[in-house]
Design a protein around this ligand. Structure first.
Ligand code: GDP
Length: 201
């Protein structure tokens, strides 16, 4: 996989603000601080495409990015949508309701959305919010790719057993859960490969 270009497109809250066109879209969901911003930066090979913050729960909008990439001799354009992280304990009830409304509207209405990347912390394992999100996506017939990030925090001996445990907990086959690390840049080609393979299927 070779990234040719990656750029910020627009920030949106409501459908009328979503970018137009027919570009295949991938959305990223996960709890605050799971490593979502880092993952998007790592996947696009851009250090600061998405700001990595130590203040969880700050992103309150949908942020869209366009990526041009090459796999073998094929060129693809993919649009990424960074959804605000969930499970931010200090958020108010009203904020949470607004967040939920924004995200469910997007996930239910966005026609060009091909697949949702559900990001799980490999060390922490799935939280109740992660499980609820996966349930929601499956009940709305969305294709999901689970990526277990921060895999660098597990010792080599613990990596495979943890992936097997995740597979059991999420009731998904092992090959549906991809290990990833932003700090070690692991899993980049595998995640892009899996995403591109879902398009049009
Ligand atoms: P977000 O809130 O989900 O966007 O998470 P960030 O990308 O801002 O990352 C949250 C924290 O986790 C930061 O301190 C990152 O440096 C750290 N982090 C992100 N990805 C990795 C990873 O793959 N491995 C390790 N060890 N730390 C990570």
């Amino acid at each position: 996989i070779k990234i040719l270009d990656a750029r910020f497109v627009v920030t949106a809250v409501e459908p009328k603000g979503y970018p137009q066109g027919h570009t295949a879209e991938v959305a990223f969901v996960g709890r605050s601080n799971v490593g979502k911003s880092s993952m998007i930066n790592t996947l696009t090979g851009r250090k600061k495409l998405v700001r990595v913050s130590n203040t969880p729960g700050r992103t309150r909008t949908l942020n869209f990015f366009d990526v041009d990439l090459e796999r073998g001799t094929f060129r693809h354009q993919v649009r990424l949508c960074d959804l605000p992280g969930y499970g931010f304990a200090r958020a108010s009830k009203a904020d949470k309701a607004q967040w939920e409304q924004m995200i469910t509207t997007y996930l239910e209405k966005r026609h060009r959305l091909e697949v949702v990347v559900s990001i799980i912390d490999a060390e922490v394992g799935p939280t109740p919010d992660d499980l609820a999100t996966l349930d929601y996506l499956q009940s709305h017939k969305r294709k999901v790719l689970v990526v277990a990030t921060k895999i660098d925090r597990l010792t080599k001996a613990k990596t495979l057993p943890r992936l097997q445990e995740l597979s059991r907990q999420l009731d998904l086959p092992m090959e549906a859960i991809l290990p990833f690390s932003s700090t070690e840049r692991r899993g980049v080609d595998e995640v892009w490969g899996a995403l591109l393979d879902t398009f049009g299927k």
